[in-house]
Ligand binder design. Structure first.
Ligand code: AHM
Ligand code: MG
Length: 336
């Protein structure tokens, strides 16, 4: 019955996005084309990550293979694949990657109206031990009345048109929001297609997990210290939260979206702006959290309101279940 229907009526990510687009009669399919190139990049990285141990792709930057060609590290290789796929889509004008100091401006003959900010392989320090890693991306739309400049991407996250991530774990899962909810798709390796497996993801209002690199605790500020203390020794008599920290943002955020709770990468004395990058880590994840009914806060404002001044700017971030983020907001405003 309904299980049969699911098996024979496959909602691929392409079909899903085309369906969404048909609600906008003015749409010319550009977004679906852009997305299909992002999906191609994700499939490539997924296959490379799965073969990494075998193919000795890992940790060999600078070494040469039998053909005498230089082997690239997985994060460099992933970046090259994404940059080329995005340019060849013909739908992009500016690309900002964690791997590249400068933004890439697409030549006029291949230009389109989208700007893509991305981290092609986040958490790459986890590759060598087989822990989940991921790709994170955000998409802005540029006004077509001027030459593209960096200002077009130095926009608050709330101006993003879409955001998502792909997690390379025990399965390959792509989570996407185009501004009307959040949906998750899992790669069926035998079909080579992402199939809708997690429709309309809503984060629980409150969770039982906190996720933070607690080894930095001695350098935290007052509100973060108090918040984490309260996770472990709740003052209201409720049970303590569990700690889960993978150290791979995509995996930590994915768990937070599905199970609820809070993920934090706060400021500390050594890194006054935290670690995570605004454009391609903080914004896309904050966008997804809000779209799933959660919140994202920087320690002094809604994360998506932040206006970045530099491409690789960092910001502290607290994101997750609505009520859990409310608590940390209250601690920071009491501290002002
Ligand atoms: P990267 O972009 O160099 O891979 O670093 C980003 C990663 C995130 O995936 C993760 O949330 C964070 O760094 C973990 O940092 P730490 O090792 O300080 O806990
Ligand atoms: Mg990163």
């Amino acid at each position: 019955h309904s299980a049969d229907a699911q098996r024979t009526d496959l909602m691929t990510i392409t079909r899903f996005v085309l369906n969404e687009q048909s609600k906008h009669p003015e749409s010319r399919g550009d977004f679906s084309i852009l997305l299909s190139h992002i999906v191609l990049g994700c499939k490539f990285v997924c296959s490379a990550v799965n073969k990494a141990g075998l193919a000795k792709l890992i940790g060999l930057a600078g070494e040469t293979n039998v053909q005498g060609e230089e082997q690239k590290k997985l994060d460099v290789l992933s970046n090259d694949v994404f940059i080329k796929a995005l340019i060849s889509s013909g739908r992009t004008c500016i690309l900002v990657s964690e791997e590249d100091e400068e933004a890439t401006f697409v030549e006029p003959s291949k230009r389109g109206k989208y700007c893509v900010v991305f981290d092609p392989l986040d958490g790459s320090s986890n590759i060598d031990c087989g822990v989940s890693i991921g790709t994170i991306f955000g998409i802005y739309l540029i006004k077509e009345d001027h030459e593209p400049t960096v200002e077009d991407v130095l926009q608050p996250g709330k101006n993003m048109l879409a955001a998502g991530y792909c997690m390379y774990g025990s399965s390959c899962t792509l989570v996407l929001s185009t501004g009307s909810g959040v949906n998750g798709f899992t790669l069926d390796p035998s079909l080579g297609e992402f199939i809708l497996t997690h429709p309309d993801i809503n984060i629980p209002k409150k969770g039982r997990i906190y996720s933070v690199s607690e080894g930095n605790a001695k350098n935290w500020d007052g509100p973060t210290t108090m918040y984490v203390e309260n996770c472990k020794y709740p003052k209201d008599g409720s049970s303590p939260k569990s700690l889960r920290y993978i150290g791979s943002m995509v995996a930590d955020v994915h768990r937070t979206l599905l199970y609820g709770g809070i993920f934090l990468y706060p400021a500390d004395k050594k890194s006054p702006n935290g670690k995570l990058r605004v454009l391609y880590e903080v914004f896309p994840m904050s966008f997804l959290m809000e779209q799933a009914g959660g919140q994202a806060f920087t320690g002094n404002q809604r994360a998506l309101d932040l206006v970045p001044k530099k491409l690789h700017e960092r910001s502290p971030i607290f994101l997750g279940s609505y009520e859990d983020v409310e608590e940390i907001k209250a601690l920071y405003s009491a501290d002002e």
